[in-house]
Design a protein around this ligand. Sequence first.
Ligand code: GRF
Length: 203
Amino acid sequence: KRVGVLISGSGTNLQALIDATTDPSQNIGAEIVLVISNKDNVEGIRRAERVGIRTRVISHKTYPTREEYDKKLDEELRSADVDIICLAGFMRILSAAFTTKWKGKLINVHPALLPSFKGMHAQRQAIEARVKISGCSVHFVEADVDAGAIIVQEAVPVDVNDTEESLTEKIKLAEHKAFPRALHLVATDKVKLGDDNKLIWSF
Ligand code: GRF
């Protein structure tokens, strides 16, 4: 399957996806063919360039509405013949028109065990709630933010002296394992999204 990855920043999750998909022994069943960032001069773009993946910087600032920006994203992804989109730290909410079009083909990684701690600063929310376990979730994207069927989760213990920063780093390590695993499941059709927005597993 041909994969497009949307990013906004450092791209450590992108790197994990690059490493997994280019390692033949892992048989992920997916190839990253396009990386799009809404921000220029970010490390994620350089990570893609280093391994010869096509990149595009498309700034949302040059589009008057979210819908028009998303339409441009959609055009770029379609012209690259993308089958699956991974949101890897893409800090933009996608319009319902976009998520509906890509339903079942659009996955996101979130730094918490959903449905807990949706939205921004999930790690800070976890610290403030004094939970003992947090983690990450890879899920199909629906129009509602951080909703959508969960494909893979990975737990991370929260220590009493963890800070937002230290927890963020620990969760990232979990994300780097969970995201490639989820992509593999979707790319090889082991999991699909049903019309009722629930997962259909086939092994
Ligand atoms: C990740 O923690 C992801 O869960 C969140 O944004 C972060 C992206 O990090 N949505 P990176 O750019 O992959 O390093």
